[in-house]
Design a protein around this ligand. Structure first.
Ligand code: SF4
Length: 128
């Protein structure tokens, strides 16, 4: 839920620890837990005066960690794009850090095609 980290390998494959999907999932899961816990807390104390606490908790434990993860992810993605062959390839999907041709995650140490299928990005791709 609060993961921030680099990649880890399982059976020789490289899997990113955080992706945009895992960040969004983490924010939704933490928000749901906080909202659920807040309703229970409000019903126990039977006082709706402290509703703003829920907003504070949502910011502290759901939105802020998600924002920090996204900053880390963006920085990591930029490093991978700049330091690997895949970063300049037309088949590289930046949002998921995936080679679309091989349907595998790439990293600084692992290029699925070994450079054989590399195709340069077009000028329009680089602009986006
Ligand atoms: S085709 Fe090769 S160079 Fe291009 S993204 Fe896939 S693994 Fe990387």
């Amino acid at each position: 839920m609060f993961r921030i980290g680099l990649e880890h390998q399982e059976d020789g494959k490289v899997v990113p620890v955080i992706t945009t999907g895992s960040i969004v999932w983490g924010v939704l899961l933490r928000s749901a837990i906080i909202i659920f816990a807040s309703f229970i807390f409000m019903s126990i104390i039977d006082n709706r005066k402290y509703w703003w606490l829920m907003l504070l908790l949502l910011w502290l434990f759901a939105a802020y960690p998600g924002w920090k993860q996204f900053q880390f992810y963006k920085e990591h993605l930029k490093e991978v794009s700049e330091s690997t062959l895949c970063g300049q390839c037309i088949h590289f999907d930046e949002t998921s850090q995936l080679c679309k041709l091989y349907d595998e995650h790439i990293s600084e140490d692992y290029i699925p095609c070994g450079g054989v299928d590399w195709e340069p990005k077009t000028f329009e791709d680089k602009e986006n």
